[in-house]
Structures are given as structure tokens and as C-alpha cells.
Design a binder for this molecule. Structure first.
Ligand code: GLN
Length: 454
């Protein structure tokens, strides 16, 4: 049914870069046989899933939305991919994304943009617009995304789906092509909070192949979601982040946010306003740390080891091949960040930029720690606006970066966050996302609160 749906709508939505109909049907048939024999491996055995094209899938192309990886077929599975395969989830295909996960609209994909199923003239968010659009358009019931600065939560917000960024280290990054190693997390993209909880329990947990993986038991997310769904939040302390409102925040977004906060109060939560003064510096901090890490990560695309290789006529030297390949293989946004990162890391500038950003990062973590002394969760709108028209911010990187104002602090501090649908904005009838943030390793709280308000 999902393959039929993909065939019917994906020419317009363009959520997928690669559909593996044959593989998915074979996996589904095996799952049917297991179920008939009463041997299902997991509650989700047989439930199809779409995978963001930044996660390595053995035997299936993995492009990261980039020309430089066109035609690369990984010889191994990411740990999260292995876990969903072992549980029997058929993989429908690989979803579209901004090149190397840099962007907030999926327009930076080298393979053309994904369109928002709510209004195909608008963006589906990014960088994981493909995963969110696939779930919103009923092309897949579940998807995997990755969130470095908001790429699961912001697409969730603008497509009316649920997206979770787990605690840093809570889900393995092995086989995730790194954008920024200290910020990246894999997480679920689904239509309900309970579905995210189920998927998170499946993909979460320690992995010896990822040195930053936390060696702690997986939380009881499903249980927390069920508890939240009863609508009882008596005694829960909720902090509304003061800095994430005001100029530039769409009226319809703020109205749905305020209503959801009222709902929390009705369900028994104690709501207070909390100031996190350093959050206003989160964007500037992120756009030094992320380019620094990604400029180093992307050095491996040297025309020798993976994908594309361009040999300029008359000069087959290694340096010329490298230059020509990187020039042809990387898009503008990727080049912009490599240049910013290389500059910020260069000797003489390192302390002024990268070193300074690391200090501010620590202050942001301290703001979180101080806030979580007096509240259990923090809340904000996920994104300042609803889905904007395709092309609107493409020539204005700063305007694009501002989409992630509310999501970036969680990545800098490593804390978990969820975006749940909060209704439609009055002025344009488009989905609004409500963000809940919790302390590190307290991901259960996201599911409890998320399920109570969805
Ligand atoms: N939009 C942000 C960026 O461009 C977030 C990316 C992400 O989370 N992968 O960096």
C-alpha cells in the first residue's frame, strides 16, 4: 500500500531519492511468514520505514543529497539501520535531504527539492524534508531522520508530524555520515508520539561502534507516552523559554503555542516563564562550531575514496583532480560552510572564533542546567514560522539559518527535544510545531508531555 502511495504522489512531493520496491516487498513477505507462524520479532515487524539518505544502507545508494556521493553504495549498514532490519521493518527507500544535512528547506539537495504535502509550493523543512514529507504524505508510516541543529524537529513542525532528537549519545551515530560529530543525533519521524516512542526504543541504546554512545539502559518511552495520553500532568513543572518569542515570530505560530501552554495548565502542569539569556547567542555559536566540524569531516571527499571523480583535461595530478571534483561535486551551501569552518579553525583565528564559540556553548549548557533546577521540561514553538514558499530564502543564508533559532540550543547542550503538531496557523492554514525539551537522558519526559498535548 505504501509503495502504491509513493507511485501515486511522489512525482509531486519528491520525498524519495531512491525507492527499493523489490527489497521492501521481499522483506514484507518474510515478515508476513513470521507473523503467520507467530514469530514476529518486534511490535513493528513488517511495518515499513523510510530512511534519510545520510545513513549508510548496505546495498542501497547513499548520496547525502550530494553529487559527490552519486553512485556510492555502502558496504555496511549504520547501526540504526541494522537494528530496524533485525526487527523486521521493510525499508521503503532513502529520503531526500539538504546536501550533507546543511539547510532548513531541503532546497539544497543536489537532486531537486522536496515539496510540502500540505502545499506543494512550500518547503517541507530541512534538512530532513524528505523523511517528514514521506510521513506527512502517508508514503511511509515511520521514518528515520538526523538532527544537528533542528533537522528532525523543524521539518516535523512544518509538515504536521512528530520528530524527536534524542539525548546526544542516546542513539548510535555509527554509519551516519557526519555533519558535525558533537551535535548529530539520529531520531524518529512519525505521525504520532507513541510511534516515535516505539521506534526510539528500537533504535536507542549503547553501541560499542560509536565512542560517544552512552552506556545507559534505553528509557521506557512507550510507557511514558501511554501515561501522557491519559492527560494527567499533575505536578509537572513547565518552563516557557522567554527568549524564544517576539520579533520575527509569526502571530499564528505564537497563538497555537499559547493555546498549547494553556492546555498544559489545564492538564495539571505548573507553568512558569524561564529566562535562558545565552540562547540568543546560540545561532552564532552553532554557525562557528558546525562549519568547523564539517570542514574537517568533508575533507575525506577527495575524489580518491568515494563517488565522483573529475579529471581535468591536461592535468591529472592528485591536487587538480581533487579541486575539480570538489568544485563539481559540492553545492554552494557546502562550499560556504567549508570556507567558514576552515577560516574559523585557522591558526591565529582559532581562539577568537572556534575557542570563543566553545566557551559560549558551555554557557548555553549552564542556562539549561539552571533552568532544569526549577522545571522538569522547557517549551517553545519549534520554528518561528510555518512552511515558507520554495525559493523565498534560498539567496539569503541568514534568513534560512533563523529557522533554527529554537532548535539549535538543544544540540549545543546535548539535551533531547521533540516537536509535536499544535494545530494550524490562522493566517495560512499550515501546521505549527510545539517543542518540548528535557534534561539529558530524561527523554521519557518528551513522550509524556508530547502524548498529553498532541
Ligand atoms: N538547518 C540547520 C543547518 O543548516 C540544521 C541542520 C541539521 O540539523 N542537520 O545546519
Amino acid at each position: 500500500a505504501h509503495l502504491d502511495r509513493i507511485a501515486a504522489v511522489d512525482a509531486g512531493v519528491h520525498a524519495f531519492l531512491h525507492v527499493d520496491a523489490e527489497g521492501a516487498l521481499a522483506q514484507a513477505a518474510e515478515s508476513d511468514a513470521r507473523r503467520a507462524a507467530g514469530e514476529a520479532r518486534h511490535l513493528l515487524d513488517g511495518v515499513p520505514i523510510a530512511v534519510k539518505d545520510v545513513l549508510a544502507t548496505q546495498g542501497l545508494p547513499t548520496t547525502c543529497g550530494s553529487k559527490i556521493l552519486e553512485g556510492w553504495v555502502p558496504p555496511y549498514d549504520a547501526t540504526v539501520v541494522r537494528r530496524i532490519k533485525d526487527a523486521g521493518l521493510p525499508i521503503l527507500g532513502k529520503t531526500n535531504m539538504d546536501e550533507f544535512a546543511m539547510g532548513s528547506s531541503t532546497e539544497h539537495s543536489a537532486y531537486g527539492p522536496t515539496r510540502n504535502p500540505w502545499d506543494q509550493t512550500r518547503i517541507p523543512g530541512g534538512s530532513g524534508g524528505g523523511s517528514a514529507a514521506a510521513v506527512a504524505a502517508f508514503e511511509a508510516p515511520l521514518a528515520l531522520g538526523t538532527d544537528t541543529g533542528g533537522s528532525i524537529r523543524q521539518p516535523g513542525a512544518v509538515t504536521g508530524t512528530v520528530g524527536v532528537k534524542p539525548t546526544y549519545g542516546g542513539v548510535s551515530r555509527y554509519g551516519l555520515v557526519a555533519l558535525a560529530n558533537s551535535l548529530d543525533q539520529v531520531g524518529p519521524v512519525t505521525r504520532t508520539v507513541l510511534d516515535s516512542a516505539l521506534l526510539h526504543e528500537l533504535i536507542g541504546g549503547h553501541d560499542p561502534l560509536d565512542s560517544t554512545s552512552v552506556d545507559a539502559p534505553v528509557g521506557a518511552y512507550v510507557e511514558a507516552a501511554r501515561q501522557g495520553a491519559t492527560g494527567d500532568l499533575a505536578g509537572l513543572r513547565v518552563g516557557v523559554i522567554k527568549e524564544l518569542a517576539g520579533d520575527g515570530w509569526q502571530a499564528g505560530v505564537m497563538a497555537r503555542f499559547a493555546e498549547t501552554v494553556e492546555l498544559l495548565e489545564k492538564l495539571g502542569a505548573e507553568v512558569t516563564e524561564i529566562s535562558c539569556p545565552t540562547f540568543v547567542h546560540a545561532m552564532a555559536t552553532y554557525y562557528l562550531i558546525l562549519p568547523a566540524e564539517c570542514s574537517s569531516n568533508l575533507a575525506k571527499f577527495d575524489a580518491m575514496r568515494y563517488g565522483l571523480r573529475v579529471v581535468p583535461e591536461g592535468d591529472p595530478s592528485a591536487e587538480a583532480v581533487m579541486r575539480a571534483t570538489r568544485d563539481a561535486g559540492f553545492g554552494d551551501e557546502v562550499k560556504r560552510r567549508i570556507m567558514i569552518g576552515t577560516y574559523a579553525l585557522s591558526s591565529g583565528y582559532y581562539d577568537a572564533y572556534y575557542g570563543q564559540a566553545q566557551k559560549v556553548r558551555t554557557l548555553i549548557s549552564r542556562d539549561f542546567a539552571a533552568a532544569f533546577e526549577s522545571v522538569d521540561v522547557l517549551v517553545s514553538p519549534t520554528s518561528p514560522t510555518t512552511a515558507f514558499p520554495l525559493g523565498e530564502k534560498l539567496d539569503d543564508p541568514l534568513a534560512m539559518y533563523l529557522q533554527d533559532l529554537a532548535t539549535i540550543p538543544a544540540n549545543l547542550a546535548g539535551v533531547p527535544g521533540i516537536s509535536v503538531p499544535a494545530g494550524l496557523a490562522d493566517e495560512d492554514g499550515l501546521p505549527v510545531g510545539f517543542q518540548v525539551l528535557a534534561p539529558a537522558l530524561a527523554d521519557e519526559r518528551l513522550y509524556r508531555v508530547g502524548a498529553a498535548v498532541e
